[in-house]
Design a binder for this molecule. Structure first.
Ligand code: DHE
Length: 514
């Protein structure tokens, strides 16, 4: 539901809480100044959770600057006139400390956070005249909203509030009607695109990575860093069906870097962050027999009669980032500090090839297409201005395309001859390359807004238009004609971090992320 934002009462609470002495211990400073918005337990309330897992990206003195001066376009006020520099430093150090103990986040706890919208009434049919398959969901992290776009008219149809700090791609049910959106604080929100209403939300983890949808649309898997679990939700009503403790074979607890759907296998595949294992969690009626499963809930006998049996695949290195072949038979994996990658055959559960991948590839952004009669995949690199193009038959590098800087996202569509690649990092972050899929050459470099970060592309269902983000608070989504590469329209948006076309997502277009 769209909740009213109560600026006045929030500020009044904060103002009333300004009684701290200079010498107060950090717990008291926190309770006095922060708890009203961020929760007594630091797990978040009106504001986000203040725990190290959620603050990793506020390195150095950036957190102190936020406490002192607040955050633009949010309800976070500055405290510089109320707290000394030393108190601010003490508070920053305090919230960077791990929680004294990890809160229990089991089925009962998660269910207690479930918040279904009392005003939601399920409609019988779409309550709008737009093509439901050509809608876009645009995530605007600048002010924590999604906008839903009509992909034919390129007009905003609806805008809804989201939980704070949405990350990763929203996931659609196979019929394209419902979309699920996840925040880094573990909230999962369900929205009905037939009437543009929130159905409800639930906090599936304390600090979460991403979500994946089962092929039958019944289950949603939530990958968590904190606690170290995988939460399985019913997509119907957001109730919890299982919370899997994630531990390696030797019992070492592990965070889950990410979970992906593998539709033809009726499974979810998990990248484990702390042990060199991949987990495959089956949800189908008749899971294939791989001979080895384990389940740490009771350490007891294991079996395929478990509702979500787990298969464990041991890998040579801890893999942070994944890419699946289009038939989901192979997983290409890379590790963050490594200079290469592996190919794992998911049928035999073994590494079958090495990959040449320098400069930290961002495999999650990989896409595939046909090149010279063979299937290739391309991935950007987070530390080098290069795109690697890899032959998916022999796993050799076909070409490394030099770019104007390291990129984050890559997109194409079956109906376009081009790949669009951003230059996310460095001085040229205002550039967007357009690359010919046959020649593998950059044919045009766009600069839609001088000095502003330009990133993330998504095509409409027909591949006729490419939507590009100006990734700023006063940003925009720019609609380009995908053939002429000319700008058609500019829609103002608040830091549109990603956009997702219903048809391309539910048909698993080879040009987009899955
Ligand atoms: Fe993401 C997707 C991991 C930082 C914006 N990011 C993903 C996915 C993973 C991932 C595993 C795939 C999830 C999915 O779609 O199901 N991201 C990570 C990291 O490990 C990393 C490098 C560090 C971290 O802080 O977690 C990271 N990501 C960022 C950012 O800093 C970005 C640019 C801004 C932000 O909002 O946090 C960012 N990530 C995104 C976006 C997607 C994403 C917009 C969805 C891409 C898509 O089009 O599908």
């Amino acid at each position: 539901m769209i909740r009213p934002i109560v600026f006045t009462s929030l500020l009044a609470c904060l103002a009333g809480a300004l009684a701290a002495e200079d010498t107060s211990p950090p717990e008291v400073l926190f309770a006095t100044h922060c708890a009203v918005c961020h929760g007594d337990d630091r797990l978040g309330a009106l504001g986000p959770a203040l725990i190290p897992e959620a603050l990793r990206r506020l390195k150095g003195d950036r957190l102190e600057a936020v406490i002192a001066h607040g955050r633009d376009a949010t309800q976070m006020p500055g405290f510089a006139d109320q707290l000394s520099a030393q108190e601010i430093a003490v508070l920053a150090a305090y919230v960077h400390e791990p929680l004294p103990e990890i809160p229990v986040w089991d089925i009962a706890k998660i269910d207690s956070t479930r918040d279904l919208n009392p005003e939601y009434v399920a409609p019988e049919s779409p309550q709008h005249s737009a093509d439901p398959m050509n809608l876009f969901v645009v995530v605007e992290t600048g002010d924590h909203h999604i906008s839903v776009l009509d992909g034919d008219k390129m007009e905003v149809m609806a805008r809804l509030e989201t939980p704070l700090a949405v990350h990763g791609g929203p996931k659609f049910t196979p019929d394209g009607r419902f979309v699920f959106i996840m925040s880094r604080d573990g909230w999962v929100q369900k929205v009905d695109l037939w009437n543009m209403q929130e159905v409800g939300r639930v906090r599936a983890g304390i600090n979460s990575r991403n979500i994946a949808m089962s092929a039958d649309g019944k289950w949603l898997a939530v990958a968590n860093y904190l606690p170290m679990t995988l939460t399985l939700l019913s997509t119907e009503d957001l109730s919890v069906v299982e919370v899997k403790q994630v531990r390696g074979k030797d019992g070492t607890p592990s965070r889950v870097s990410a979970v992906y759907q593998a539709p033809p296998r009726d499974s979810f595949v998990l990248a484990l962050k702390d042990v060199p294992e991949i987990w495959e969690v089956f949800y189908g009626e008749d899971p294939p027999f791989y001979g080895f499963v384990h389940d740490h809930r009771d350490e007891g006998p294991l079996g395929y009669d478990e509702p979500f049996p787990v298969r464990v695949v041991t890998v040579p290195e801890i893999l942070d980032d994944f890419f699946f072949s289009q038939n989901y038979e192979y997983v290409m994996g890379a590790w963050r500090d490594g200079q290469g990658g592996h190919v794992i055959d998911m049928v035999i559960g073994q590494k079958v090839a090495d990959l040449e991948l320098p400069g930290m590839p961002h495999l999650g952004s990989g896409i595939t297409w046909q090149h010279d009669g063979r299937q290739v995949m391309a991935t950007p690199h987070l530390r080098e201005g290069v795109l690697s193009v890899i032959d998916m038959n022999n796993w050799e590098t076909v070409q490394q395309i030099k770019t104007e800087g390291p990129g984050f996202f890559l997109r194409s569509h079956e109906a376009t001859p081009y790949v669009w690649a951003d230059v996310f990092f460095g001085p040229n972050r205002d550039l967007m390359h357009v690359i010919d899929k046959d020649s593998l050459e950059i044919v045009k470099t766009l600069k839609p807004a001088e000095g502003k970060t330009v990133a993330h592309v998504e095509f409409d269902r027909y591949g006729k238009h490419a939507l590009v983000s100006i990734w700023e608070r006063d940003g925009a989504v720019i609609v380009y004609d995908a053939a002429t590469l000319k700008e058609v329209k500019r829609l103002p948006m608040s830091k549109p971090s990603g956009k997702y076309n219903v048809h391309n997502k539910i048909t698993f277009s080879s040009g987009t992320s899955h």
